[in-house]
Design a protein around this ligand. Sequence first.
Ligand SMILES: [Zn+2]
Length: 507
Amino acid sequence: MPTKAARAASSSKELDAPPITRLIARTEPPQRRGPAAGPDPLAVGKRVRHRRKAAGLTLDTLGARVGVSASALSLIETGRREAKVSVLAGIADVLGCTLADLLDDAPPSRRAALELQLERAQQSPAFAALGVQPVRTGPRLPMDALESLVALHGQVRSLSIERDGTPEYARRANAGLRRRMLAADNHFPAIESLADDLLTGIDHDGGPLTWHNVRAIAARLGFTLQSAPDLPRSTRSIIDRTRRRVFLPSAEAATLRTVALSALGHVVLEHRPPGDYAEFLAQRVEVNYFAAAVLVPQRWAVPLLQEARRARDLEIADLRDRYLTSYEMAAHRFTNLATVHLDIPVHFMKINASGVIQKAYANDGVAFPSDATGAIEGQRVCRYWTARAVFDQPDWTEPYQQYTDTPSGTFWCTALAEHVDGDAHSVSVGTPYEHVRWFRGRDTPHRSASRCPDPACCTEPSAELAQRWRDAWPSSRVHSALLASLPAGEFAGIDRTEVTAFLERQP
Ligand SMILES: [Zn+2]
């Protein structure tokens, strides 16, 4: 029988083996060079060209002497082909320099540095999207034009980052993400199987995940977990990839499990720094999915849910209690498994006490309120919906169920209201009428009718009341967050100064 360490090593190799493609993100990530990547082919090519010209050699001559065609050499010089080390060594030999000289990161001259920057900018997907003809960099491009073009590309880039930071961009990104979740019935088998492999690796028994289990999962991935009471407030966790440790806030164990698993999710899913806000959001959804898939494992949760369905006794709170998660995680996890494994279409909603949607998902045809960009978050749901009616119930310890007639059909929903840090919110899960027979609480006497989005339903007062109070002047409480741009940069909202200072403090 292999030792624990040997099993850990082989499993982490298995985990490293398949490159995890984008699971939820919409497109391939932009080309990005991480610290692990080799030398930049474009920079290497520049240096080859610089030295070839200085040596007075043509592409043909140098190519002939190192045994590659002039066109292949040209591809190497323009960074479109990565040169083999043997070819580079040959080139270095002919040009009278060392291999290290060609691989050196510093550009040989100011001009070469600018040409490099311009070519990189012109190769970016953002530039391609503009449909503008690229400029050929070469000796015929005057130095002042080169300086100006590089500066111009820099400005275009910062303007587009600013534009990406608008609330409208964020809402569009969110709407795009939800469309992809809908297309997959909110179920992502690749993440499920990664979670399952890790649980198998630690011989998990299928019960609630202990903190000890979480540490064992981290160890299999080659990471240690450390609680840090001085963790910067703008962060949820920090992964130190160099020394392979994850810094966590001091929090209660249940929260800590989720935070630690979400952080490890970035490692397991091989995330790179997000290229834009949409990718940032997609990664966040992916790591939250990963954490939920580990905490409420498909392998054990599905038989449990299938049994409950057979007994016509499905209940979100049971899932919560079985795996010691929050109600929100149990409800959300239910949406991951319900359609694919139980053949039940569902919707999920988290709203605040004013009825404003914080998170939502649906594949059951329920009509969420949405704005012109297709965004749902930030919209107010009908006051006759279960998600809002639950706030009026005297007892918040039990889920509240209600049938609601809407213009898109009759839905049965179960909701729980909670106070967290002084704010109230409700989490609800619902399904169309024809699927209610599988759920506990279908015998509820509560019924309601919603005509939203008809303004006469609940968003506009009656003509009589509007007339009576026409002179009243309410002052609106505008959240400054609505006006502010989203924080720009790779990691939205993170105070980088604080993070680096924190890491410097660590032994
Ligand atoms: Zn309404």
